[in-house]
Design a protein around this ligand. Structure first.
Ligand code: FES
Length: 150
């Protein structure tokens, strides 16, 4: 892990003003922010760990808990909400056997909710990793999960 994090830090020229971008890269790499990785950043950049922890908790996009291989995010913005997002959350909770914020026992999926992701015309939508699954309904959920269960 340390070697990977060192490379990510060097990519940003060891510049403390690029801390947010570094943290995003770390999350992209590990799907969450592992504490040892953040400690390594603090040491390399010579900045207090409290500053990094503060940013990690301030920005909702960051997770300090390990997440599954696929992060399944249901948009709960107004447009998606009124078109059935809560029912999609219920369906996913039942199917994955987890609550929102939890990861499946096999570490394949983490279920989360997010605010509007700016693709309201596709609502209701579920984002899995970087892919948007628009116009979702209960019957499409199983099919969608199947593609990621392969
Ligand atoms: S409300 Fe879901 S994308 Fe905007």
């Amino acid at each position: 892990m340390e070697e990977t994090v060192t490379k990510l830090i060097e990519k940003h020229g060891k510049d403390p003003s690029a801390l947010l971008a570094m943290m995003q890269d770390i999350q992209d790499e590990f799907n969450y922010l592992p504490r040892p990785a953040l400690e390594h950043v603090a040491k390399e950049l010579e900045i207090p760990m409290s500053r990094i922890s503060g940013m990690a908790t301030f920005f909702a996009t960051f997770s300090l808990k390990p997440r599954g291989k696929h992060v399944c995010e249901v948009c709960m913005g107004t447009a998606c909400y009124t078109r059935g997002a809560p029912q999609l959350v219920d369906e996913l909770k039942r199917d994955l056997k987890v609550e929102v914020g939890e990861t499946t026992a096999d570490k394949q999926f983490t279920l989360e909710t997010v605010n509007c992701v700016g693709a309201c015309a596709l609502g209701p939508l579920v984002k899995v990793g970087q892919k948007y699954h628009g116009h979702m309904n209960s019957s499409k959920i199983e099919k969608m999960l199947k593609q990621y269960r392969k």
